[in-house]
Write a protein that binds this ligand. Structure first.
Ligand SMILES: Nc1ncnc2c1ncn2[C@@H]1O[C@H](COP(=O)(O)OP(=O)(O)OP(=O)(O)O)[C@@H](O)[C@H]1O
Ligand SMILES: [Mg+2]
Length: 411
């Protein structure tokens, strides 16, 4: 296989940090060469609240991925989450200059600059300016206007912003772990790359990455995103409700949820089904009814889907014909798709990353959609005709370092 580039993705999640090393071939195929996942402890709802702990988690994950692959990580695509992520749609219009009144790359860039010039407070950082489509002399729905004859060019953009300080804290942690940032990518758009098809994006679809502390949401229409949001609820809220409702530890509640939980109450037919658990402050164990566990889970999940439904309505979308694609660790809860369908009144399915080769055993799981998506995002941004943007960095010995040093003297 001819190698195009070696890329790294780091998903700094509320419950885990995952670093992946992937090789992109010339035809765009992605092969995973290294993987490190460690539990995270320095984040709350997707936002860094403890620098030291977060640096340690990132460094651990990176080191594991390096050891497994024999490659050295020095730069990475890094995911951004947290409720501070917001989005808006902004148009930009310019007159087509140039000799023959043909749209050039420069006209496109100027139009995007105009769209970008929308006032964004200084405490916000712009993460993405996605071009949604162009209008050429009043003709809407143009995907690529280059070379078209026109007097007027208008672009519609989707701009994703985040809190500048939250982004700075995350960047600081990544830098302290010894990694440079190729690009900061909002989690939902990374996950979308891992689980959505082009057809779904054209039709109209949403991705909801259901994590531990948050739901990363991105809605697509006509092939591109038009609404990006983060809801401040996740699987940890479900676990928490079970722990409070049944007076157990979080650990016991998590196990009850994962092993016995479902949000499809119709499937809990046997009223007498009992599960024995150990309870805080009691020596002897006790039993709880599975129905009771599942009722707590169902109530929280229903509320969560209602929140999602309100968010989708607030986005002003009439229909999402391809529905909502659930992913993220918490999407694995039994019955999640069924309940989602009932509450959202649209198609819902659970998806895991697909279309990758190499070390994929554990990665074909919804928990890894953001991490895999970061690599796919990076692969897409390579661009077929562009020269290698990301030079490979095999674990460097003395010779390699010497060569690097010489290169910096005699470039
Ligand atoms: N089999 C399972 N059934 C139900 N829930 C599960 C299962 N496996 C994991 N979870 C839940 O998934 C959540 C973790 O998901 P994930 O790894 O996507 O989160 P994260 O990326 O660390 O968090 P966030 O995206 O919110 O920052 C936890 O709440 C966990 O309870
Ligand atoms: Mg996540």
């Amino acid at each position: 296989m001819e190698r195009e580039a070696v890329l790294v993705g780091i998903d700094v999640g509320t419950s885990k940090v995952c670093a992946l090393i992937g090789e992109v071939s010339r035809d765009g195929r992605l092969t995973i060469m290294g993987h490190g996942t460690v539990p995270a402890s320095g984040l709350k709802k997707g936002v860094v609240i403890n620098i030291d702990q977060t640096v340690r988690s990132i460094a651990d994950a990176v080191e594991r991925a390096e050891r497994l692959s024999g490659w050295k990580i020095d730069r990475a695509f890094v995911g951004v989450g947290g409720q501070h992520v917001e989005s808006l749609n902004s148009p930009g219009q310019v007159a087509v200059t140039g000799h023959h009144r043909e749209v050039t790359r420069e006209d496109v860039n100027r139009a995007i600059e105009v769209a970008r010039a929308v006032s964004i407070p200084s405490n916000r950082e712009v993460l993405h300016v996605e071009r949604r489509g162009f209008t050429v002399d009043g003709q809407e729905g143009v995907k690529d206007p280059l070379g078209m004859s026109a007097l007027r060019l208008e672009v519609e953009t989707h701009i994703v912003t985040a809190s500048a300080t939250a982004v700075q804290n995350l960047s600081k942690c990544v830098a302290a772990a010894g990694v440079k940032i190729d690009e900061l990518v909002v989690n939902s758009l990374a996950s979308a790359d891992a689980v959505l098809t082009e057809t779904e994006k054209e039709l109209g679809v949403g991705v909801a990455d259901f994590g531990a502390g948050t739901i990363d949401l991105a809605l697509f229409q006509d092939g591109s995103p038009f609404h990006t949001r983060v809801l401040p609820v996740g699987g940890a809220n479900v676990t928490n409700d079970v722990a409070i409702g049944l007076k157990t530890s979080l650990q016991v509640a998590e196990e009850l949820k994962v092993r016995h939980g479902t949000c499809d109450l119709r499937s809990v037919t046997d009223d007498d089904e009992e599960i024995s658990v150990s309870v805080l402050g009691e020596d002897a164990g006790r039993t709880v009814s599975r129905l009771e566990v599942c009722q707590i889970i169902e109530a929280r999940m229903r509320e969560t889907f209602e929140l999602m439904r309100n968010e989708i309505r607030a986005a002003g979308v009439g229909m999402l014909p391809a529905g909502i694609i659930l992913t993220g660790g918490a999407s694995q809860l039994a019955g999640a798709a069924e309940l989602g369908r009932e509450v959202l009144q649209m198609p819902v399915r659970v998806a895991a990353p697909a279309g990758i080769g190499g070390l994929v055993d554990t990665l074909l799981n919804p928990s890894y959609s953001t991490a895999v998506g970061l690599l796919q995002w990076g692969a897409a941004s390579l661009g077929a005709s562009e020269p290698l943007r990301y030079e490979s960095a095999p674990a460097r010995g003395v010779l390699g370092r010497l060569r690097d040093a010489l290169r910096s003297i005699f470039p």
